[in-house]
Design a protein around this ligand. Sequence first.
Ligand SMILES: CC(C)(COP(=O)(O)OP(=O)(O)OC[C@H]1O[C@@H](n2cnc3c(N)ncnc32)[C@H](O)[C@@H]1OP(=O)(O)O)[C@@H](O)C(=O)NCCC(=O)NCCS
Length: 221
Amino acid sequence: MEDERDPVSLDRDRGRSFPLLQTDRLILRRLEPADQEFLVSLDTDAQVMQFIHSGPLTKDEAQKFASAQIDLARFSYHLGKWVLELKRDGTSLGWVQVTKYRQARKREDGGDDVQIAYELAPEYWGVGYATEACRAVLHYVFGKLQLDRIVAFIRQENRRSQRILDKLGFAQDGTCRDDARNQCLFFVLTRIRWQLRTESPTKSEHGNYAVDDKAKFNLKQ
Ligand SMILES: CC(C)(COP(=O)(O)OP(=O)(O)OC[C@H]1O[C@@H](n2cnc3c(N)ncnc32)[C@H](O)[C@@H]1OP(=O)(O)O)[C@@H](O)C(=O)NCCC(=O)NCCS
Protein backbone atom coordinates (compact mmCIF):
# COMPACT_ATOMS: atom_id res chain seq x y z
CA MET A 1 0.00 0.00 0.00
CA GLU A 2 1.27 3.46 -0.87
CA ASP A 3 2.32 5.66 2.01
CA GLU A 4 0.01 8.70 1.85
CA ARG A 5 2.68 10.79 3.57
CA ASP A 6 5.33 10.20 0.92
CA PRO A 7 5.25 13.12 -1.52
CA VAL A 8 6.64 10.98 -4.34
CA SER A 9 3.76 8.52 -4.00
CA LEU A 10 1.40 11.47 -3.89
CA ASP A 11 2.88 12.74 -7.17
CA ARG A 12 2.20 9.39 -8.79
CA ASP A 13 -1.39 9.02 -7.63
CA ARG A 14 -3.55 9.68 -10.67
CA GLY A 15 -6.72 8.55 -8.98
CA ARG A 16 -7.97 11.77 -7.44
CA SER A 17 -8.68 15.28 -8.57
CA PHE A 18 -6.73 18.33 -7.46
CA PRO A 19 -8.28 19.82 -4.30
CA LEU A 20 -10.32 22.99 -4.41
CA LEU A 21 -9.67 24.97 -1.22
CA GLN A 22 -11.56 27.92 0.24
CA THR A 23 -10.91 30.57 2.85
CA ASP A 24 -13.06 33.45 4.03
CA ARG A 25 -12.00 35.66 1.11
CA LEU A 26 -10.39 33.32 -1.41
CA ILE A 27 -10.90 30.32 -3.65
CA LEU A 28 -7.76 28.26 -4.29
CA ARG A 29 -8.16 26.30 -7.49
CA ARG A 30 -6.20 24.26 -10.02
CA LEU A 31 -4.15 26.06 -12.66
CA GLU A 32 -5.93 26.18 -16.04
CA PRO A 33 -4.91 27.08 -19.63
CA ALA A 34 -6.75 30.41 -19.27
CA ASP A 35 -4.22 31.42 -16.56
CA GLN A 36 -1.36 31.67 -19.08
CA GLU A 37 -1.30 35.47 -19.38
CA PHE A 38 -1.79 35.93 -15.66
CA LEU A 39 1.27 33.76 -14.89
CA VAL A 40 3.25 35.69 -17.50
CA SER A 41 2.27 39.01 -15.93
CA LEU A 42 3.61 37.84 -12.54
CA ASP A 43 6.85 36.33 -13.80
CA THR A 44 7.77 39.37 -15.91
CA ASP A 45 7.11 41.82 -13.06
CA ALA A 46 10.33 43.21 -11.56
CA GLN A 47 8.74 43.81 -8.15
CA VAL A 48 7.28 40.29 -7.88
CA MET A 49 10.54 38.69 -9.07
CA GLN A 50 12.92 40.85 -7.02
CA PHE A 51 13.90 37.99 -4.70
CA ILE A 52 13.38 35.05 -7.08
CA HIS A 53 16.67 33.56 -8.30
CA SER A 54 15.96 34.18 -12.01
CA GLY A 55 14.88 37.80 -11.60
CA PRO A 56 12.09 38.95 -13.92
CA LEU A 57 11.70 36.66 -16.96
CA THR A 58 11.47 37.96 -20.51
CA LYS A 59 8.03 37.67 -22.06
CA ASP A 60 9.19 34.74 -24.15
CA GLU A 61 10.72 32.90 -21.18
CA ALA A 62 7.62 33.55 -19.11
CA GLN A 63 5.33 32.22 -21.88
CA LYS A 64 7.33 28.98 -22.10
CA PHE A 65 7.46 28.59 -18.34
CA ALA A 66 3.72 29.22 -17.99
CA SER A 67 2.90 26.68 -20.71
CA ALA A 68 5.05 24.06 -19.00
CA GLN A 69 3.34 24.66 -15.67
CA ILE A 70 -0.12 24.46 -17.22
CA ASP A 71 0.81 21.17 -18.90
CA LEU A 72 2.09 19.83 -15.60
CA ALA A 73 -1.08 20.89 -13.77
CA ARG A 74 -3.09 18.43 -15.87
CA PHE A 75 -1.20 15.65 -14.13
CA SER A 76 -1.04 17.19 -10.64
CA TYR A 77 -3.00 15.50 -7.89
CA HIS A 78 -2.87 16.37 -4.19
CA LEU A 79 0.04 18.80 -4.61
CA GLY A 80 0.94 21.51 -7.12
CA LYS A 81 -0.03 25.09 -7.85
CA TRP A 82 -3.21 26.72 -6.61
CA VAL A 83 -4.39 29.93 -8.29
CA LEU A 84 -5.88 32.37 -5.76
CA GLU A 85 -9.14 33.98 -6.77
CA LEU A 86 -11.08 36.61 -4.90
CA LYS A 87 -14.43 35.20 -3.87
CA ARG A 88 -16.09 38.56 -4.27
CA ASP A 89 -15.45 38.95 -8.01
CA GLY A 90 -13.37 36.00 -9.27
CA THR A 91 -10.22 38.07 -9.93
CA SER A 92 -7.00 36.03 -9.98
CA LEU A 93 -4.50 37.65 -7.65
CA GLY A 94 -1.67 35.16 -7.25
CA TRP A 95 -0.70 31.59 -6.54
CA VAL A 96 0.57 29.28 -3.80
CA GLN A 97 2.34 26.07 -4.64
CA VAL A 98 3.54 23.00 -2.81
CA THR A 99 6.06 20.97 -4.77
CA LYS A 100 8.79 18.47 -4.15
CA TYR A 101 11.84 20.17 -2.67
CA ARG A 102 14.61 19.73 -5.23
CA GLN A 103 17.47 21.74 -3.75
CA ALA A 104 20.68 20.30 -2.37
CA ARG A 105 19.65 20.25 1.25
CA LYS A 106 18.38 16.81 2.25
CA ARG A 107 16.39 15.48 5.17
CA GLU A 108 18.39 13.63 7.76
CA ASP A 109 16.32 10.48 7.14
CA GLY A 110 17.03 10.69 3.38
CA GLY A 111 13.32 11.12 2.56
CA ASP A 112 11.71 13.72 0.33
CA ASP A 113 10.51 17.10 1.48
CA VAL A 114 7.89 19.37 -0.04
CA GLN A 115 8.28 23.12 -0.18
CA ILE A 116 5.80 25.97 -0.19
CA ALA A 117 6.16 29.10 -2.35
CA TYR A 118 3.86 31.96 -3.37
CA GLU A 119 3.55 35.00 -5.61
CA LEU A 120 0.89 37.71 -5.59
CA ALA A 121 0.31 40.63 -7.93
CA PRO A 122 1.64 43.77 -6.14
CA GLU A 123 -1.73 45.53 -6.08
CA TYR A 124 -2.93 42.79 -3.68
CA TRP A 125 0.01 42.88 -1.26
CA GLY A 126 -0.37 43.95 2.34
CA VAL A 127 -3.88 42.81 3.21
CA GLY A 128 -3.10 39.29 4.40
CA TYR A 129 -4.05 37.29 1.30
CA ALA A 130 -0.80 35.32 1.10
CA THR A 131 -0.95 34.28 4.76
CA GLU A 132 -4.63 33.39 4.46
CA ALA A 133 -4.03 31.24 1.37
CA CYS A 134 -0.97 29.52 2.87
CA ARG A 135 -2.94 28.64 6.01
CA ALA A 136 -5.56 26.88 3.91
CA VAL A 137 -2.88 24.97 2.01
CA LEU A 138 -1.11 23.96 5.23
CA HIS A 139 -4.39 22.88 6.73
CA TYR A 140 -4.85 20.59 3.73
CA VAL A 141 -1.25 19.34 3.68
CA PHE A 142 -1.17 18.50 7.38
CA GLY A 143 -4.83 17.74 8.06
CA LYS A 144 -5.74 15.78 4.95
CA LEU A 145 -2.47 14.50 3.49
CA GLN A 146 -0.84 14.05 6.91
CA LEU A 147 2.60 15.07 5.64
CA ASP A 148 4.99 15.33 8.56
CA ARG A 149 6.66 18.58 7.59
CA ILE A 150 6.96 21.25 4.93
CA VAL A 151 9.94 23.46 4.13
CA ALA A 152 10.49 26.89 2.58
CA PHE A 153 13.53 28.85 1.60
CA ILE A 154 13.71 32.53 0.90
CA ARG A 155 16.30 35.18 0.30
CA GLN A 156 17.51 36.86 3.47
CA GLU A 157 16.43 40.27 2.12
CA ASN A 158 12.83 39.13 1.55
CA ARG A 159 11.46 40.45 4.85
CA ARG A 160 7.85 40.39 3.72
CA SER A 161 8.01 36.70 2.93
CA GLN A 162 9.85 35.97 6.20
CA ARG A 163 7.02 37.64 8.05
CA ILE A 164 4.52 35.30 6.40
CA LEU A 165 6.54 32.25 7.47
CA ASP A 166 6.75 33.65 11.02
CA LYS A 167 2.98 34.11 11.15
CA LEU A 168 2.47 30.55 9.92
CA GLY A 169 4.76 29.14 12.62
CA PHE A 170 7.75 28.11 10.49
CA ALA A 171 11.06 27.95 12.37
CA GLN A 172 14.35 28.87 10.74
CA ASP A 173 16.70 25.91 10.41
CA GLY A 174 19.94 27.20 8.97
CA THR A 175 20.62 28.44 5.48
CA CYS A 176 20.80 27.15 1.92
CA ARG A 177 21.41 28.46 -1.59
CA ASP A 178 18.95 28.95 -4.43
CA ASP A 179 19.60 28.02 -8.06
CA ALA A 180 21.57 31.24 -8.56
CA ARG A 181 23.69 30.46 -5.46
CA ASN A 182 22.12 33.33 -3.50
CA GLN A 183 22.24 32.85 0.25
CA CYS A 184 18.78 31.92 1.56
CA LEU A 185 17.20 31.18 4.91
CA PHE A 186 15.78 27.68 5.25
CA PHE A 187 12.54 27.20 7.22
CA VAL A 188 10.67 24.15 8.48
CA LEU A 189 7.16 23.67 9.82
CA THR A 190 6.28 20.27 11.29
CA ARG A 191 2.78 18.86 11.48
CA ILE A 192 3.11 18.58 15.25
CA ARG A 193 3.94 22.26 15.60
CA TRP A 194 1.13 23.21 13.22
CA GLN A 195 -1.37 21.14 15.18
CA LEU A 196 -0.23 22.61 18.49
CA ARG A 197 -0.64 26.11 17.10
CA THR A 198 -4.06 25.51 15.58
CA GLU A 199 -5.29 23.88 18.76
CA SER A 200 -4.01 26.70 20.96
CA PRO A 201 -6.39 29.30 22.48
CA THR A 202 -5.49 31.66 19.63
CA LYS A 203 -6.73 29.28 16.95
CA SER A 204 -9.44 31.70 15.90
CA GLU A 205 -6.72 33.70 14.14
CA HIS A 206 -6.33 30.75 11.76
CA GLY A 207 -9.68 31.41 10.11
CA ASN A 208 -12.07 29.03 8.37
CA TYR A 209 -11.17 26.60 5.60
CA ALA A 210 -12.89 24.12 3.39
CA VAL A 211 -11.63 21.50 0.94
CA ASP A 212 -14.03 21.05 -1.95
CA ASP A 213 -17.43 22.32 -1.04
CA LYS A 214 -18.39 19.29 1.00
CA ALA A 215 -15.39 18.30 3.11
CA LYS A 216 -14.93 20.78 5.92
CA PHE A 217 -12.05 20.14 8.30
CA ASN A 218 -12.25 20.24 12.01
CA LEU A 219 -9.40 22.48 13.15
CA LYS A 220 -8.63 20.00 15.91
CA GLN A 221 -8.04 17.15 13.43
C1 LIG B 1 5.61 37.79 -0.32
C2 LIG B 1 4.18 38.12 -0.76
C3 LIG B 1 3.51 36.86 -1.26
C4 LIG B 1 3.42 38.71 0.44
O1 LIG B 1 2.04 38.78 0.15
P1 LIG B 1 1.02 39.58 1.11
O2 LIG B 1 -0.35 39.17 0.75
O3 LIG B 1 1.36 41.02 1.09
O4 LIG B 1 1.41 38.99 2.55
P2 LIG B 1 0.57 39.18 3.89
O5 LIG B 1 -0.20 40.46 3.81
O6 LIG B 1 -0.17 37.93 4.15
O7 LIG B 1 1.72 39.30 4.98
C5 LIG B 1 2.81 40.16 4.78
C6 LIG B 1 3.40 40.55 6.12
O8 LIG B 1 4.67 41.15 5.90
C7 LIG B 1 4.69 42.40 6.58
N1 LIG B 1 5.61 43.24 5.83
C8 LIG B 1 5.38 43.95 4.72
N2 LIG B 1 6.53 44.57 4.33
C9 LIG B 1 7.48 44.21 5.23
C10 LIG B 1 8.85 44.52 5.39
N3 LIG B 1 9.50 45.31 4.53
N4 LIG B 1 9.52 43.99 6.44
C11 LIG B 1 8.91 43.16 7.32
N5 LIG B 1 7.58 42.84 7.21
C12 LIG B 1 6.89 43.36 6.18
C13 LIG B 1 3.26 42.87 6.54
O9 LIG B 1 3.06 43.88 7.50
C14 LIG B 1 2.56 41.55 6.89
O10 LIG B 1 2.70 41.22 8.24
P3 LIG B 1 1.52 41.60 9.34
O11 LIG B 1 0.31 40.81 8.94
O12 LIG B 1 2.09 41.17 10.64
O13 LIG B 1 1.29 43.07 9.23
C15 LIG B 1 4.17 39.17 -1.88
O14 LIG B 1 4.86 40.30 -1.43
C16 LIG B 1 4.83 38.66 -3.15
O15 LIG B 1 4.18 38.07 -4.00
N6 LIG B 1 6.16 38.90 -3.27
C17 LIG B 1 6.88 38.49 -4.47
C18 LIG B 1 7.09 37.00 -4.56
C19 LIG B 1 7.93 36.47 -3.41
O16 LIG B 1 8.89 37.09 -2.97
N7 LIG B 1 7.56 35.28 -2.93
C20 LIG B 1 8.27 34.66 -1.83
C21 LIG B 1 9.32 33.75 -2.29
S1 LIG B 1 8.62 32.19 -2.73
